[in-house]
Design a protein around this ligand. Structure first.
Ligand code: CAA
Length: 378
């Protein structure tokens, strides 16, 4: 099981595995308990360039294929879902620039990310979650500036982000075609972040509101043209959803490995419970589902690399992998029995971490709308 990756990626995978073993796996338990921002861990990770894996080679990146990156992200997710989500949220925030930015904007972004800077993608608002086009944040042109006002919520990485890609209405009368996308740097007067969400899972990652109060940015920070923001956001999510699937595979793989290790140790009725066919079948079903999801992720990433349309595949990969993750972590808790329900054992956290994968980057109900629109036609 696993992706077929390049030799360069194999070396990096070894490094990331070591890093995760030393700096993430054990520490994540404490961050999960306290909900504190793992500043040291993230500073080390960004110094090592783990937030910059998706920087294209032409802008100074190391030139990994998307499948290579998937193997690395899966390894991070195996160590801690919150850690992987934090790393991949910077890649998410890069996408609007890489999709719609000018050469200059792309260059600037990539320099920031290669320098270890982190990003956040800000689309969701209190009254615009699944209905992403209902956002009320505004951007008013004023000479060589735009003035942004509004509130974004559930923004991953916001407290630590050095840059943001933010949607705001430039023309309220134009509906979805009045939404534009902006690049905003940390420290811009009028941009602030709210208090951290006290989340059920992925507690090592940080999530909060982004508040825009007369936040003046240079007009050149518009990405693409006025009115293209919704399309750019949808294209961003078309790509990003596959990475959610990829992380779900990593967390599920960890749950299966934990369940196997426990079942080999746990003696009941005079033998390890792994000797029971019912446990073996549970493990086999986990392996089937995990590998199916991994292949969906791989197929979608291959299409992205080849420039073949992938929106449908990405929604399917995200939806299947996240539903699979909740099933697999639930079965892992079941194999652990009463101990699985205790915080003393690892699978309880995995089960809590799993749930968000069915919700963020578009709920699985929204994925099914996207899938139905593709296969039936809107
Ligand atoms: N690519 C390009 N254009 C697209 C597109 C796509 N994938 N999807 C839609 N569009 C275009 C349409 O073509 C249409 O333009 P035209 O009129 O020119 O054809 C326009 O956008 C409007 O499309 P729809 O009428 O289909 O839009 P809608 O309002 O019905 O919404 C939706 C569609 C799929 C439900 C969308 O609102 C959606 O994806 N909602 C979920 C939002 C979401 O995923 N939020 C997650 C936030 S990020 C996050 O969670 C990250 C994190 O913190 C970790």
């Amino acid at each position: 099981m696993g992706y077929i990756i390049s030799d360069d990626a194999k070396d990096l995978l070894g490094d990331i595995k070591n890093f995760c073993d030393k700096e993430v796996r054990e520490q994540a338990k404490e961050y999960d308990r306290t909900g504190e921002w793992a500043e040291d861990m993230y500073n080390k990770a960004r110094e090592l360039g783990y937030t910059a894996l998706e920087v294209p080679e032409e802008y100074g990146g190391i030139g990994l294929s998307r499948i290579d990156i998937a193997a690395l992200l899966e390894e991070m997710a195996k160590a801690d879902a919150g850690f992987a989500v934090t790393m991949s949220a910077t890649s998410l925030a890069m996408k609007p620039v890489l999709i719609a930015g000018s050469q200059e904007q792309k260059k600037k972004l990539c320099e920031l990310v290669l320098d270890g800077k982190m990003g956040a993608f800000a689309l969701t608002e209190p009254d615009a979650g699944s209905d992403a086009s209902a956002g009320r944040a505004t951007a008013v042109k004023d000479g060589d500036s735009y003035i942004l006002n509004g509130r974004k919520c559930f923004i991953t990485n916001a407290p630590a982000a050095d840059f943001f890609c933010i949607t705001a209405m430039t023309d309220k009368s134009a509906g979805v075609k009045g939404i534009s996308m902006f690049f905003v740097e940390k420290g811009t007067p009028g941009l602030s972040t709210g208090k951290d969400e006290d989340k059920m899972g992925i507690r090592g990652s940080h999530t909060c509101d982004v508040v825009l109060e007369d936040c003046r940015i240079p007009a050149e920070n518009l990405l693409g043209k006025e009115g293209q923001g919704f399309k750019i956001a949808m294209q961003t999510l078309d790509q990003a959803r596959t990475w959610v699937g990829c992380m779900a595979v990593g967390v599920a793989q960890r749950a299966m490995e934990e369940a196997i290790a426990y079942a080999k140790e746990r003696i009941q009725f005079g033998k390890p419970i792994i000797k029971n066919q019912v446990i073996q079948f549970k493990i086999a079903d986990m392996a089937i589902k995990i590998e199916t999801a991994r292949q969906m992720v791989a197929n979608t990433l291959n299409k992205m690399d080849a420039g073949i349309p992938y929106g449908l595949d990405s929604a399917i990969a995200k939806c299947y992998a996240s539903d699979m993750l909740v099933e697999v972590t639930s079965e892992a808790v079941q194999i652990f029995g009463g101990y699985g329900y205790s915080r003393e054992y690892p699978v309880e956290k995995l089960y809590r971490d799993a749930k968000i994968f069915q919700i963020f980057e578009g709920t699985n109900e929204i994925q099914r709308i996207v899938i139905a629109n593709h296969v039936i036609g809107k």
